[in-house]
Design a protein around this ligand. Sequence first.
Ligand code: PEP
Ligand code: MG
Length: 325
Amino acid sequence: KQAQYAALRDEPAICKSGERIELNINAGLIVDLPHVHDSGADGVGLYRTELQFMMASRFPRLSQQIRHYEAIIEQAQGKPVTFRTLDIGADKILPYLRQPKEENPALGWRSIRMALDRPALLRLQLRALMMAAEGQPMKIMFPMIADIDEYRRAIEVVEIEKAHLLKRGHRLPAPLKLGAMIEIPSLLWQLDHLLPLVDFASIGSNDLVQFLFASDRGNPKLAGRYDPLSPAALGAMRLIVEKAAEHGKPVTLCGELGGRPLEAMGLIGVGLNSISMVPSAIGPVKAMLRTLDRQKLWKFMEPLLKSPLHTLRPELLEFAQRNGV
Ligand code: PEP
Ligand code: MG
């Protein structure tokens, strides 16, 4: 199997029915970057910038942040990297940041909420990201957006930093693409307002599924209780895909879900053309999709998405076996 996956490295990720699927890796450390190349991925779909902050003993200075981002861009060797701004809180703790004790940290003062309340931190990070990519393409996305206003405010901070950099004689990244993560269910009813404002969107399926089912993503007692391959979760993904197509905006998925072949099949089935995953999953997912007739899968899935089934897992497994996927 390993040899088979390695042999696929330079083969295109094209479904049997002809659609090219973009396969990216999730990363958070400089040592992850060689995997973009050895896995044959298209790029880095999610770079979790908080890792650098979590391993430091104080907030990394501007120069340290710039060096870090420059190293990532350099090692990507021209493949696109989507940087996510700091996503601190809940499962991601900074030892040197005193945070108020909260009853429900996953639902608390975290991530973009904290960033908008402490704009100096966000500004510094945006400055570092843009300085690391002067004159080069750069993609930045914001985590845990719950309403349109939060995205608007985040973009305003980018504009302030752009003006700051220009005034000091820096060149801006070109093109600079900005996006929102869709990982809080409230956005499902705001897509017509959100999508016109973004250059791209990225589904954070770990949190989206956690919040859809009100089910802690890290609690072993709940693992497997609700299924991302349920009509509810897949229906949410399908809605996002449809709305993004209507608005002509690219959408990708960057939760860990994309890294399991059957799950990835379901995601491609609902129309996703771009998924990001652990590097070790690129080979297995590519092998899966090269045998997949996506049209046929969608015809099979569409009525099931309206069913009251707990999960479509057995149905998808049966489809895969019957069709040699
Ligand atoms: C997600 O929620 O799916 C995601 C990609 O972000 P993280 O796992 O870092 O919360
Ligand atoms: Mg998340």
